[in-house]
Design a protein around this ligand. Sequence first.
Ligand SMILES: Cc1ncc(COP(=O)(O)O)c(C=O)c1O
Length: 373
Amino acid sequence: MTGPQAEAVIDLDAFRANIAALAACAPASALMAVVKADAYGHGMLPMARAARDAGAEWLGVATIDEALALRPGGDTGSVLCWLASPGADFASPIDAGIEVTASSSEQLSEILAAPASARPKVQLKVDTGLSRNGAHGDQWPSLVDGAAAAQSSGAAEITGVWSHFACADEPDHPANDEQERVFRAAVAELARAGVEPAVRHLSNSAATLTRPTAHFDLVRIGIAAYGINPDPRLVHQADLTPVLTLRARLAAVKRVPAGASVSYGHTWTATSDTTLGLVPMGYAEGIARTASNRAEVAHAGRRAPVRGAICMDQLVVDLGDADARRGDLVTLFGPGTDGEPTAEDWAAAAGTIAYEVVTRLGGRIERSYRGES
Ligand SMILES: Cc1ncc(COP(=O)(O)O)c(C=O)c1O
């Protein structure tokens, strides 16, 4: 047997090609590659490097710690982070040249009070209807006033204004028009206060693929860069290839008779003699237990169903009468081009979204990269 027991193989050529395809969807806008959450489970630093190689002018992450981790990794370009709790250390990102987000007047005050040696570059987040982070309703005029004052006094440079869609993966949802309208009004209000930041941005992957009116100066691309459709029902023209292939070597193979029941709780029983394969990955690796008895893997070019409950470290697949050996490769998901399931198939089997399928991967999975330049 060669190679790791459980492995995520990440195709950087596919990732760069996806970014190029997405950039072509928004030709007048700059592109931010979203590499938060360890690049959606793909590994932040290699994906960040590949995104820059593919022309991403910006990288986007949620937390300050994620942003700071990019710098020792060698990244010197534009980075935005957007999620910080009270007491956050804003001085470190400011001194590292990382742009921070103010989602409220209070947060702007915390940023301005940070003991940084550089002048903060601040982007303002307006809540246009997601009701998550960002200044909402009456909070926006006071954030605008604070930002205008900080800019005119030289306390901060206001570099961006942005918001986030709630329903972009449903292009006909009325919330999209409304959020875009509210965003335009918020940008106009900011301009009336004398602040016209360099970048205005609203679009995630789905809006980049389907909503050109929302592209503005910059589009923030996450899931689509990893080759996954934001929603299986979303129709778009971009040619995207899934970047991550999850595979493992069978740790055991055994023939069992009809009547043999499999795994905890005996939730599946063989109706005829069959060959079972043991895949050394389980929910500790982020494999959803809700996919028990529902998902499939590929073995030797054929699909093999998961049988019984997915365990912490292992799961069992039904290889039928296939000629199978210990050490054989099985693919849980990949691009789908060789008949293997995709992350979207696993999402459907697990009752979740493909975002969660890839982002949860961890535990003992070893990552390897193809196409490193
Ligand atoms: C603020 C922000 N922008 C952009 C994205 C990228 O979204 P998607 O992965 O749908 O492209 C995310 C991810 O959730 C986000 O939180």
